[in-house]
Design a protein around this ligand. Structure first.
Ligand code: PXL
Length: 247
């Protein structure tokens, strides 16, 4: 059985974080493992408290899992602190499977979920805001997305997927892989129910990589899943609700 691991925060409302990752792994037919880094108190209206777990506890979870059921691929989501990010980066030096890093920094309402440092990885999946913070310049159109992808690649991400979902018009994502640019485009779906989209996207890519799918095809399948999951959102909650993980 194919196994994938997520190292991320808990969203008790089930839409984002490890809950979104595990549901996505399951939908892709992959056995999911989940190392918890932090616990949020939240619902679809926003994130309240954020309790980051002790770095030793996060590291012990990762070691226990890797020692027994090593995954075919792993992803990170919200890491909570620079200290946890540094521990994960140190452990990742020994990973013999692809690591996808979703550099989660803040929740929609601004609650802090992580810093700007990221582990050297197979794939980094920033949104426009995260790409701007990491690259150090404003990323807000296709030309700046290309420049940012090249810069971020030189900072330690082997491949970079910049998600353009927050731009106007089509949701156009840019993958920079092996020196080539690939665009993934889907029509914009007008809805407020997009909570956990980034989590589901990176989890879907991770599941495909665990199965041995090549990167460009993995991103294509993941993008298709996320688009359908947004389109079919169940309309839960009174704020920004979750996706349809059965898509
Ligand atoms: O979508 C980013 C994210 C990741 N992880 C957790 C979250 C959120 C956004 O709210 O709560 C735990």
């Amino acid at each position: 059985m194919t196994v994938a691991l997520t190292i991320a925060g808990s969203d008790a409302s089930g839409g984002a974080g490890i809950q979104a990752d595990l549901k996505t792994f399951h939908r892709f037919g992959v056995f999911g493992e989940a190392v918890v880094t932090l616990i949020t108190v939240q619902n679809t209206r926003g994130v309240g408290q954020v309790h980051t777990l002790p770095p030793d506890l996060v590291e012990a979870q990762i070691r226990a899992v890797l020692d027994d059921i090593p995954p075919g691929a792993a992803k990170t989501g919200a890491l909570g602190s620079e200290e946890i990010a540094a521990r994960v980066a140190k452990l990742a030096e020994r990973f013999d499977f692809p690591l996808v890093v979703d550099p989660v920094m803040t929740a929609k309402n601004g609650a802090k979920l992580g810093g700007r440092r990221f582990a050297p990885c197979f794939l980094l999946t920033p949104n426009l805001e995260e790409a701007s913070t990491i690259a150090g310049f404003e990323v807000n159109d296709s030309a700046s997305m290309r420049r940012a992808a090249e810069k971020i690649q030189s900072m330690g991400a082997m491949n970079v997927l910049i998600k353009g979902g927050h731009l106007r018009g089509d949701a156009a994502d840019l993958l920079y892989a092996a020196g080539e640019f690939h665009e993934f485009r889907s029509p914009r779906i007008e809805t407020r129910h997009t909570h956990g989209t980034g989590c589901a996207y990176s989890a879907a890519i991770t599941a495909e990589l665990a199965k041995g799918t090549a990167l460009v095809e993995a991103v294509r399948r993941a993008k298709q899943f996320v688009t359908e999951a947004i389109r079919g959102n169940p309309g839960l909650g009174s704020g920004s609700g979750p996706l349809n993980f059965f898509a």
